[in-house]
Write a protein that binds this ligand. Structure first.
Ligand SMILES: *Cc1c(COP(=O)(O)O)cnc(C)c1O
Length: 422
């Protein structure tokens, strides 16, 4: 049931003034609470982050950087950005941090703007095998203004083919190499990428959007010692507000800052900057480190349970928070699986798998992740039930059966509520 007491008195004012939008907020809270949230790139951020994000800091124009603004009255918001920057540098052991990018795509655009010129070659993971639109898709600026070259994963192991990365790098001599992806369940060998980048004097950009939260929680190795620049989102496993961030070596600090502003963005979202500072403080707690390692334990338990029950995880499993499932063995497309899961209140997404015979809008896989359900408090012992709910739903051919599964989903998540009621 919708619950307007989640918000304070401001919400009652919104309800009076704009009941239609108030209802959207209530219904979305309800949707997040009653379904099984398995989108690998989503999480349930804390009330503290939400408080900073929905604050009067949104009102302030602060083009520029702390102490060097183009507007008056920035002395208060400067404190938020200084805290965010120093917390980011400290948490990740980075020499420089820019906390202004509005999103992951904006952070990536800034990295291109800092290090490349239109027409330059950029080497990245193939989009069909887990890369991101900003890694050279023909429908994105990165594919239109640059010359993308794509490496792949091996057909047998479905791990990145580092020999191919090296041979493509030596053949094409790209200006920048991108490591990191949206649908790659394994750890990335940053040292190998560094070595290859050094051989051809290329910039190494790690797009850590998906896994930076696991790095923040010290659950997997960090790309920071290896990369020239690390770009990421703050709203995925990291569990902060929707936004982006860039870490770099000190030698690139000026170029990165100029690329974010004024080359690419105008005024920063100071409410988002403050909310990023809030999550960066949360990340230093042992509770957060426990969370990050539990996310991986849950993903591994879920992958092995699904595997046991007949759904093959791409690459045989996962080292991270995400699992890519190959549905070819059970003869269901990713598109149909996503539709069935929607009806059963299991929220996940269709996803191409390596060497997928289906077009991306149909695909042969689904991607699932454990960030949200781990935030809700589920542990390995719940993964058996989550796995069987997923499997029953994907195999179910009668639409009339999904109401029953949705009721079971609701009963499970009611024990691990998102945003528990006071
Ligand atoms: C999510 C993601 C992005 C884009 O982030 P947005 O905030 O949606 O712009 C970029 N790169 C990778 C690898 C991602 O996973």
């Amino acid at each position: 049931m919708a619950d307007s007491t989640f918000w304070g008195p401001d919400f009652q004012a919104l309800e009076q003034q704009d009941p239609e939008i108030a209802k959207v907020l209530l219904d979305e809270l309800d949707r997040q609470r009653t379904g099984l949230q398995l989108i690998a790139s989503e999480n349930l951020t804390s009330p503290a982050v939400l408080a900073a994000f929905g604050s009067v800091l949104s009102n302030k124009y602060a083009e520029g950087y702390p102490g060097r603004r183009y507007y008056g009255g920035c002395e208060v918001v400067d404190r938020a950005e200084e805290l965010a920057i120093s917390r980011a540098k400290h948490l990740f052991g980075a020499e420089h941090a820019n906390v202004q990018p509005h999103s992951g795509a904006s952070a990536n655009l800034a990295a291109y703007a800092a290090f490349t010129k239109p027409g330059d070659k950029v080497l990245a993971l193939s989009l069909a095998q887990g890369g991101h639109l900003t890694h050279g898709s023909p429908v994105n600026f990165s594919g239109q203004w640059f010359e993308p070259i794509h490496y792949t994963v091996k057909r047998d192991s479905e791990y990145i083919d580092y020999d191919e990365v090296r041979s493509l790098a030596l053949e094409h001599r790209p200006r920048m190499i991108i490591a990191g992806a949206t649908a790659y369940p394994r750890l990335v060998d940053f040292a190998a990428f560094r070595q290859i980048s050094d051989e051809i004097n290329a910039i190494l950009m790690v797009d850590a959007a998906h896994f930076i939260g696991l790095v923040a929680g010290k659950a997997i190795p960090s790309p920071v010692p290896y990369a020239d620049v690390v770009c990421f989102t703050t709203h995925k496993v990291l569990r902060g507000p929707r936004g982006g961030m860039i870490l770099s070596r000190a030698e690139h600090a000026k170029e990165i800052d100029k690329a974010v502003f004024p080359k690419m963005q105008g005024g920063p979202l100071m409410n988002a900057v403050a909310a990023k500072a809030v999550v960066l403080k949360e990340c230093t707690t042992t509770a957060y480190q426990d969370y990050a390692s539990q996310v991986i334990k849950n993903a591994q338990a879920l992958a092995s349970e699904l595997d046991k029950q007949g759904l093959r995880p791409v690459s045989g499993g996962t080292d991270t928070h995400l699992i890519l499932l190959d549905l070819q063995g059970i003869g269901v497309t990713g598109k149909e699986a996503e539709r069935r899961c929607d009806l059963a209140k299991i929220t996940l997404n269709k996803n191409s798998i390596p060497y997928d015979p289906q077009p991306p809008m149909v695909s042969s896989g689904v991607r699932v992740g454990t960030p949200s359900i781990t935030t809700q408090g589920m542990r390995e012992s719940q993964m058996t039930e989550v796995a069987s709910l997923i499997l029953r739903t994907i195999k179910e051919t009668e639409d009339s059966k999904f109401t029953q599964i949705a009721a079971e989903v609701n009963a499970l998540v009611a024990q691990y509520p998102a945003y528990p009621r006071a």
